[in-house]
Design a protein. Structure first.
Length: 443
């Protein structure tokens, strides 16, 4: 226990150090939300539900409203600190869940903080990574509910499961991909509970209502939605290969730089072997039917997500070798967690189960070390921010600042749109009195 919680503390401290050195000014998507964050546009249900890029993200917008205001001086490092804190809390919950199902804490449980907080994931470097972090927390929490399910559904677990299922579509299209399979498990469990003698009728009713509500939100999601091709792969087989590659994206950017390395076969092999283990348990132990089916359906939901990302972002993955893992890696961590928890839950008393868990720890130690440095060191942000602040003190107007420092605030995608949004955003931040924007000349 001392070893595992020491690993958790050290990884948390290291991730917070990285978070403190990330961008403190808005970047890319942040500028699109500034009109509401700065108070110039009111918060409405239509704004919360409005499409943002290829997603609807009402939950993420609410988090932004909480994090960015005059109390926090619109310092966008707060978002990265939030990401780290949320992932650390999730790692702690997974450690406690492993202890509950096993009966004790094992050395290998240090796997969880290493998997969630290594520096090859965009979540510990980018403010808008909160989009993916919220999804990861909600999806993995549902997995923990499945793992903790022991034959009967309690009212507490029914409420938590229904809440997670309702929040998934609120995290974007990536959450929508998980709803069908996870709703099927919740409805299956509630039906079995309702039919059993002395079943928890209130719990099953809550589960049914939660599952039905989530399905309703999923059906309403496409209404009025503008589907664009973006970086979609026109080749389905290429998208399928990118989906298989996504299984290993949790290993981070350091591994993604070598797209055809043998390590990409590790996760598919572990997933297939673990699925076989779950199937064997379901066949031989009827008492594990509900939990086993939950694990199978969770894997099916994640497989659906992998396919969606492979097809929808296959073009980007081919263009940005290494950035794919850096950007989407946190979404693949539930795959790793699912494998670990399967062997912890069903095979911990056997040598092969302990070997798999310890092997995953060793692998994640290597992943953590190899990702200690990835391209895009935060120190370069500090240099660019200092040059921007020098130009503010020199009296340059907002349009010229937006043009001169576009790479710092927007990157290289759609520069004409970026110049307009950044200049407008600087005007909004000037009205809030946030430093150093309050000193900017407007024209």
């Amino acid at each position: 226990m001392l070893f595992v919680w020491a690993a958790w503390s050290i990884t948390l401290f290291g991730a917070l150090r990285v978070a403190s050195r990330t961008r403190k000014y808005p970047f890319l998507d942040d500028w699109m939300l500034l009109r509401v964050l700065a108070g110039e546009q009111p918060v409405t249900l239509s704004w919360l539900w409005a499409q943002h890029g290829a997603h609807r993200i009402p939950l993420i917008k609410l988090v932004f409203l909480t994090l960015y205001n005059h109390f926090t001086s619109y310092d966008f490092r707060i978002g990265v600190v939030f990401n780290v804190a949320a992932l650390a809390a999730l790692a702690a919950g997974m450690i406690l869940t492993a202890r509950r199902v096993r009966g004790y804490t094992a050395y290998s449980d240090a796997f969880f903080p290493l998997a969630l907080l290594h520096w090859g994931l965009t979540a510990v470097r980018w403010n808008f990574g909160v989009h993916y972090v919220c999804w990861t927390v909600v999806a993995t929490s549902f997995l923990l509910i499945v793992v903790r399910h022991e034959g009967r559904i309690s009212l507490q677990y029914a409420l938590l499961g229904a809440l997670c299922l309702l929040l998934l579509p609120m995290c974007g299209t990536i959450g929508l991909a998980l709803v069908p399979a996870l709703a099927a498990w919740l409805l299956l469990v509630s039906a079995l509970e309702w039919r059993s003698e002395n079943g928890n009728r209130r719990g099953s009713l809550v589960a049914v209502l939660g599952g039905a509500a989530a399905v309703g939100v999923a059906l309403a999601y496409p209404l009025g939605f503008n589907f664009t091709s973006g970086s979609r792969s026109e080749d389905f087989m290429l998208g399928l290969r990118i989906g298989v590659r996504f299984l290993s994206a949790g290993f981070g950017a350091a591994f993604g730089a070598v797209p055809h390395a043998p390590w990409q076969l590790i996760m598919p092999f572990l997933v297939v072997a673990s699925l076989g283990g779950v199937a064997s348990v379901i066949r031989t132990r009827r008492s594990e039917l509900r939990r086993g089916m939950g694990l199978v359906l969770f894997l099916a939901a994640m497989g659906c997500l992998a396919l969606v990302i492979g097809v929808a972002r296959g073009g980007r993955a081919q263009m940005d070798i290494g950035n794919f893992e850096h950007h989407y890696g946190i979404l693949a961590v539930p795959f790793l967690s699912w494998v670990y928890l399967v062997w912890c839950l069903y095979y911990d008393s056997r040598p092969v189960g302990r070997l798999v868990q310890m092997s995953l720890l060793v692998l994640m130690c290597a992943v953590f070390c190899l990702n200690l440095y990835v391209p895009g060191d935060p120190a370069r942000f500090r240099d660019a921010e200092e040059r921007f602040e020098d130009d503010v003190r020199a009296g340059l107007p907002a349009p010229l600042l937006a043009e001169r420092h576009l790479k710092l605030f927007w990157g290289e995608e759609d520069p004409d749109e970026g110049k307009v949004l950044v200049a407008e955003g600087m005007r909004l931040l000037r009205r809030t009195g946030a430093d150093p924007f309050r000193f900017i000349r407007l024209d």
